[in-house]
Design a binder for this molecule. Structure first.
Ligand code: SF4
Length: 430
């Protein structure tokens, strides 16, 4: 039996594509191995939305290309081939096939052709494919949770972002099909479904059905054994009042909202082609007021062209004032093909890195205060691994986790008392 080793880089959206690749190959009779040395086929599903992601992709490709034997096949999928096209063949003579971000579903056919003697296969097309529930998926997350990709691509056109280039226009999946997949995942034992897309709150808008997300959440709530539903990657422009009410009233939708804002200074937001800060500010206040105990996560981008000390200081002040429980940050990466590419003045790397560190230090004190306030309290804990789990206010793999005092069965949901904070981000139960 031929063996496949797959390395998935980047975000959970890419991970779902990797799971479909493995599902397809598994169905076709290939076995999975965690060792690239043992594998007949090595697949790297890449990320390339900013320079750091690209460097990681290149580093992994270089390492495996050097190790690869003449009998092994090396296939590179995802956003890097979508961006670099055939240039990757020139850089790495060891690569046997390139598959674009929306061509990965043809993996089985590509592998077959490679073992039939063909080489240097290139399948990078306009990204328009959308998977559905008929595609097999081999879950790589712990059995307690799974990602549910409700749409692909993005039509928002933020000036710094390559995603619309790499992933195409926003395309919502058919709601009934998403429910079908959700039920199948719950039947496998999954207790938490994490809804993902480039912008989950835009779900259905591309089809003229703005209430699709509400419809979908209502149906998901009715799935018996499903305990938690979590929404990642929301957008301030598309967050509706009925959605806030639904989260507030729901027993299953986590009181946790991921709302990437990117900046708080209107001059920078205008250059980013993002909504004005007043909109986000009002939304944050409404979320805090209408959903008692809600946990908010956001993402900011520092060092955008033209970001002055004054703009950055405003960002710090707003972070201190709005007190997001969780926060991630990126330093701006200038991407050819985006409208921000020509913007000046560019911020020197050292300044970007210093701002990033300053921002994260500030956030560390906010997050650790938030975590310290949990000590001594009892919360439902979902077990992910024997002695590890997470709460409603922690997105797995993104925020902190909870170390459990005893071993439990993955997927078990129990009431646990938080006894301490570990390294600022994690909690200890028992
Ligand atoms: S909403 Fe997100 S994915 Fe879409 S263009 Fe803006 S940053 Fe990129």
């Amino acid at each position: 039996m031929m063996k496949v080793n797959l390395i998935s880089l980047g975000c959970p959206k890419n991970l779902v594509d990797s799971e479909v690749i493995l599902g397809k190959l598994g169905q076709a009779g290939y076995a999975l191995t965690s060792s690239s040395k043992d594998a007949d086929i090595i697949i790297i599903n890449t990320c390339s939305f900013i320079d750091k992601a690209r460097s990681e992709s290149y580093e992994v490709i270089s390492r495996l290309a050097c190790q690869k034997s003449s009998l092994q096949k090396l296939i590179i999928c995802g956003c890097l081939p979508q961006l670099e096209k055939r240039g990757l063949f020139l850089k790495y003579p060891q690569i046997d096939a390139l598959l674009g971000s929306a061509d990965f579903y043809r993996i089985e056919e590509v592998v077959g052709q490679l073992f039939n003697g063909e080489s240097r296969l290139f399948l990078v097309n306009e990204p328009c494919f959308l998977y559905d529930s008929s595609f097999p998926r081999l879950l790589s997350t712990p059995s307690s949770y799974a990602y549910l990709k409700i749409a692909e691509g993005c039509s928002n056109r933020c000036s710094y972002c390559l995603i619309p280039e790499l992933r195409g226009k926003y395309r919502s999946r058919e709601p009934k099909d998403v429910v079908k997949e959700a039920k199948a995942l719950v039947n496998l034992g999954v207790k938490e479904l994490i809804l993902i897309a480039q912008d989950t709150t835009f779900y259905g808008w591309d089809l003229g059905k703005k209430s699709s997300l509400l419809w979908l959440l209502e149906k998901l709530e009715k799935i018996d054994k499903l305990k938690w539903i979590r929404l990642l990657y929301t957008h301030p422009l598309h967050f509706t009042f009925p959605l806030i009410r639904m989260i507030a009233d729901s027993k299953k939708i986590c009181r946790y909202i991921d709302l990437p804002l990117q900046h708080t200074h209107n001059k920078i937001l205008a250059r980013m082609k993002r909504p004005r800060f007043e909109l986000a500010e009002k939304l944050v206040a409404k979320l805090r007021e209408d959903i008692p105990g809600v946990t908010l996560r956001t993402t900011f981008l520092v060092g955008f062209p033209g970001e002055t000390k004054e703009h950055f200081n405003k960002l710090l002040k707003d972070i201190e004032r709005l007190r997001f429980e969780w926060l991630g940050a990126f330093t701006y990466s200038s991407e050819k093909g985006t409208s921000a590419y020509s913007l000046t003045p560019r911020i020197p790397s050292k300044v970007k890195e210093r701002r990033y560190r300053e921002l994260m230090e500030l956030q560390q004190s906010i997050t650790s205060g938030f975590n310290r306030a949990k000590v001594g309290k009892i919360y439902p804990l979902l077990v992910d691994k024997k002695a590890e789990g997470h709460t409603e206010f922690q997105a797995p793999e993104i925020d902190g986790k909870v170390f459990l005092s005893k071993k439990h069965l993955p997927g078990e949901l129990f009431q646990g008392k938080i006894s301490q904070v570990k390294d600022c981000y994690d909690l200890v139960e028992g």
